[in-house]
Design a protein around this ligand. Structure first.
Ligand code: PHE
Length: 330
């Protein structure tokens, strides 16, 4: 039996130990088959024979159990060692975020105008009627208010519908010359593939003494800016109406969309509207107490620019928080 005990003590794995258990104590094991021999042992020797066998069986069992504890402990230590995690190890597969296309476009536009020495101004998102409408030559009950479907609050404040109130705030606080842009969030009651109730605009205002600022200055700045943003496009000024500018224009760029095998015109007319602008209306200067001034202003929708630059079809997809969209801008 010592040979089996020795084998058990030398077992290298739990599997080997189990095999040894089967070979000794299993149904056909060497000890089990010794018990079968009881029948042929003479009666007077049976007791001693059985006692001896039981002793051997107990010894083997004990050896197996003892070895099992050792091997199980070894197996556990091995598992712990192989699954050890170094929490201080640097994971260079960290996934980085990306700048949202609206923010990126906004930053590009702001940087462009900062380089031309425009100051960046801000105003509140919750505005009053005076700054958002009245001072901008939009008196109460004026039908032009319908151009901007508005979220009104109970206390006669409203969510600003455009960044133009920042023009008013800046003129009320500063004297000429003024050369500013106002980037920011605006709100309108609108929702379809080209409108969301919250979007972003960048406003610009330049004011100086009478006759110093003209439509020609406005035109030059905008043509240069649009070439910077969209490359070699044609720029067209189309007469339009805004209560706060006179004359007013909407600005279109020629729109050719190139991808893969060729280019196609991307709107029915071949032109895409990108912003509104004009020469500051006298009534706006009156509302802020300015006399003998001249100026121009323009306002643009940042999402519209981002959509054109990145060829995004549905404006709403910019605000759905789907990481597949942002993932494309890494
Ligand atoms: N505030 C106008 C709008 O939101 C845009 C604009 C700004 C037009 C300044 C002219 C001058 O539609």
């Amino acid at each position: 039996m010592t040979i089996w005990i020795e084998k058990i003590n030398n077992a290298a794995s739990l599997e080997e130990l189990e095999n040894l258990r089967i070979e000794t104590l299993g149904k056909k094991g060497v000890i089990t088959s010794e018990f079968a021999k009881m029948k042929s042992v003479p009666a007077e020797e049976k007791k001693a024979f059985a006692e001896n066998l039981n002793k051997q069986k107990a010894q083997v069992n004990e050896a197996i159990e003892a070895k099992k504890i050792i091997l199980e402990k070894e197996a556990l230590n091995q598992k712990l060692a192989s699954e050890k995690i170094d929490v201080t190890k640097f994971n260079n597969e960290l996934s980085c975020g990306a700048t949202h296309p609206v923010v990126e476009t906004m930053d590009r536009i702001i940087t462009y105008f900062q380089n031309l020495n425009f100051a960046v101004e801000e105003g509140p998102l919750v505005e009053d009627d005076f700054h958002n409408f009245e001072a901008l030559n939009l008196p109460k009950y004026h039908p032009a208010r319908d151009m901007q479907d508005t979220f009104y609050n109970k206390d006669y404040t409203l969510l600003r519908t455009h960044t133009s109130p920042v023009q008013i705030r800046t003129m009320l606080n500063q004297s000429t010359p003024i050369r500013m842009i106002a980037p920011g969030t605006v709100f309108r009651r609108d929702f379809d593939i080209t409108h969301t109730p919250m979007f972003h605009q960048i406003e610009a205002l330049v004011v100086d003494e009478a006759d110093k600022i003209s439509f020609a200055n406005l035109k030059h700045v905008l043509v240069e800016f649009l070439h910077h943003m969209f490359g070699d496009v044609d720029v067209r000024f189309r007469p339009s109406f805004f209560p706060f500018t006179e004359p007013s224009a909407e600005v279109d760029i020629s729109c050719v969309f190139c991808k893969g095998d060729g280019c196609r015109v991307c709107s029915q007319t071949g032109w895409l509207e990108v912003l509104g602008c004009g020469v500051v209306d006298e009534n706006v200067f009156k509302a802020v107490g300015y006399e003998n001034k001249s100026g121009y202003a323009f306002g643009l929708g940042v999402e519209r620019f981002a959509m054109l630059i990145h060829n995004i079809g549905d404006l709403r997809s910019l605000f759905e928080s789907d990481t597949r969209l942002i993932g494309q801008f890494k």
